[in-house]
Every structure is written in C-alpha cells, then in structure tokens.
Design a protein around this ligand. Structure first.
Ligand SMILES: Cc1cc2nc3c(=O)[nH]c(=O)nc-3n(C[C@H](O)[C@H](O)[C@H](O)COP(=O)(O)OP(=O)(O)OC[C@H]3O[C@@H](n4cnc5c(N)ncnc54)[C@H](O)[C@@H]3O)c2cc1C
Length: 299
C-alpha cells in the first residue's frame, strides 16, 4: 500500500493508496473516520467550499487503485449487472454497459464534462446521495442494491433503504461502498433531466422511467424534487393499468394524467437553482415525455 503525508490547505493528512480491496477494508477497519477519496469531483468541491473540514491527523484513503472496485460483471443467469463502485461515468456511457443499462448510460452522459466523467465514479454519486445525483433515479427505478464492505463483513441493501435524505445514507463509519447490483429489465428505459443548459449542469429536476414488459410493470423515479430520490407508486400503478400491453400503446389522456400524478407526488423546494413551482411543472413534462417514448401514444 502506498502512503504519503501531505499538507492540504495547512493541515497535515495521511493519504493511503491501497492496491487491493482487502487492504482498503482493513484500513477503514482501523480508521473508521478516514475519508474515502474516489474521483474527488464531489469531495474536493466540498473541501474547497469548506463544507468538509480537513483537520490535522486526518487519514484519506484513495480508492482509485483498487482493481476490484474498477470492474463490472454480467450475470445473465441471475439477470444482474454488478458494477464496481469505482466504475466511471465514461465507462457507464459506452458499450457494453450502455447496451445493458441504457438509462444509466443516458444519465452518465449528462454528468459534468468529459473530464468529470473520466474521474467521477458511480460509487461517489451513491455515497454523496445528493437529491440531484443523476445516477440515483436510474438506480432507484431499476431497484439496484448497494453493496457495502467493512472489517466485519459484506452487506447489501436496496438503494431505497440506503438513501435516507439530503446527502444522508445508511453507510456506517468504516464501511466502503464496493458495488451496485443492477437488475436487467426487459423493456424500454430512459433518463431525462432539466437544467439551465445542456452540459455541465446540476439537475433542476430529473426522472427515470423503466418498463419491465414480462411483469407488466412501469417504474418512475424522480430526482431533485424531494430530500432524496422518490418513486411514484400511484403513477406507476396507473400507467401499468392503462397501457395496452398487447399493442404497447397508451391513450394520450392517460399520458397527461401520468404527468399530473408525478407532479402531485413531488415535494420540491425553492433554491438557487429553481423555484419549487418550476420543478413541479418540469417533472410533469418529463414524466409525460418518458411515458410517450416508452409506449406508442394512440392518435
Ligand atoms: C464540474 C462538476 C460537474 C458535476 N456535474 C454533475 C452532474 O451533472 N450530475 C451529477 O450527478 N453529479 C455531478 N457532479 C458531482 C460528481 O461528479 C458526482 O457526484 C460523482 O459521481 C462523484 O464521484 P467521485 O468519484 O468524484 O466521488 P468523490 O468526490 O471522490 O467522493 C464523493 C463522496 O463519496 C465518498 N465515497 C466515494 N467513493 C466511495 C466508496 N467507494 N465508498 C464509500 N464512500 C465513498 C467520499 O468520501 C465523498 O464523501 C459534478 C461535479 C463537478 C465538480
């Protein structure tokens, strides 16, 4: 394991660079308060803006040299893709992962710039748990599990139980997010977001719709309109009942009602990015748009 002591903005910190998952988890077991550093695209912003204190004696564990975190695997029998926490948006946005999880690829393509996408990881997005995190509505709609490892073992929990609030998660001190396990669905899926411009923009609102045709289910997850990502069971049930599954079509009035149900479920706030009213309106439009892409709308 590489270890260096560095001065970061006048504090003396130790930076450990483990080369294996076992070393990484071992370090976090000994120093549960150590700061995990992946791509640094959230963490360094937080440090620069003084939202994250760097005190003397802090240990930083840089995880980007841990090979187990950098890879992904497809299990066709179980019907899941296991994505290591250190997989970047650049990797998620390209085939073969993009072909397996198209909505996650769409979300990845909206994140930051090419430079950010090369460094930023899915694990960092999940750990930060911003209501505007673009990967999160997709993981919520696809009902992914988050895998966490610590000195006492490995546990896995549904993303809906992992995300507790604004930048608040069920991760315990000493735990490392090792992977997200994402079920493969058989049906259309997509992610859309609204921002003040087309690139380098944090979402004013975002939505993921995922259809599973064999189980005739429609899932809708919303970002930036509540303290954390929300699903919209009323809209999901409504759409599943109104879709003509034999023809893959839906009535335009039902598409409109789906949008209204999504807007009604959202609990947005006014902040520097947008008003609550605009967020609610944009969610209505995004939900409608997604459903109309997923199914043929009857003339
Ligand atoms: C210019 C810019 C544009 C951006 N645009 C977007 C955008 O459009 N959409 C979007 O969603 N985000 C955006 N972000 C935020 C950021 O890129 C993402 O949230 C990214 O996924 C964070 O990943 P990271 O690897 O850089 O995490 P880091 O910054 O390294 O870490 C973030 C947090 O997660 C913790 N952490 C990281 N990995 C692990 C792990 N394996 N286990 C436990 N804890 C861990 C860290 O301790 C830290 O608290 C942007 C950031 C910048 C600087």
């Amino acid at each position: 394991m590489g270890a260096i002591s560095e001065s970061v903005a006048s504090a003396i910190v130790s930076v450990l660079v483990p080369r294996s998952l076992a070393d990484c988890v071992g370090v976090l077991g000994e120093r549960p308060d150590a700061l995990v550093l992946a791509g640094g695209t959230d963490l360094m912003v937080a440090v620069n803006e003084s939202h994250r204190r760097i005190d003397d004696g802090l240990t930083v564990v840089a995880v980007n040299r841990v090979p187990e975190l950098r890879s992904w695997t497809l299990d066709r029998v179980a019907g899941v893709v296991r994505i290591g926490a250190g997989v970047t948006y650049t990797e998620l946005a390209a085939d073969p992962l993009a072909g397996l999880l198209p909505a996650l690829a769409q979300a990845a393509r909206t994140v930051g710039s090419p430079q950010i996408r090369n460094a930023a990881t899915i694990g960092g997005n999940v750990a930060t748990c911003s209501p505007a995190g673009d990967g999160l509505p997709v993981l919520a709609a696809l009902e992914a599990d988050v895998e966490l490892a610590s000195a006492s073992g490995v546990r896995s929990l549904p993303i809906a139980e992992f995300m507790l609030g604004v930048k608040k998660t069920a991760r315990e001190p000493g735990e490392l997010i090792t992977a997200v396990t994402v079920p493969l669905l058989d049906g259309w899926q997509g992610y859309v977001k609204v921002g003040v411009r087309n690139a380098m923009v944090i979402a004013i609102s975002g939505a993921c719709l995922a259809v599973d045709t064999p189980s005739r289910s429609v899932r809708l997850a919303l970002g930036s309109v509540a303290p954390t990502i929300i699903r919209v069971p009323e809209a999901e049930r409504f759409a599943a009942e109104r879709v003509d599954w034999a023809t893959g079509s839906i009535d335009p009035n039902d598409v409109a009602e789906f949008g209204r149900l999504a807007a009604a479920a959202s609990r947005p706030i006014d902040d520097h990015r947008s008003t609550a009213a605009y967020r609610r309106h944009s969610i209505e439009v995004l939900a409608r748009r997604l459903l109309a892409r997923a199914f043929e709308v009857n003339a």
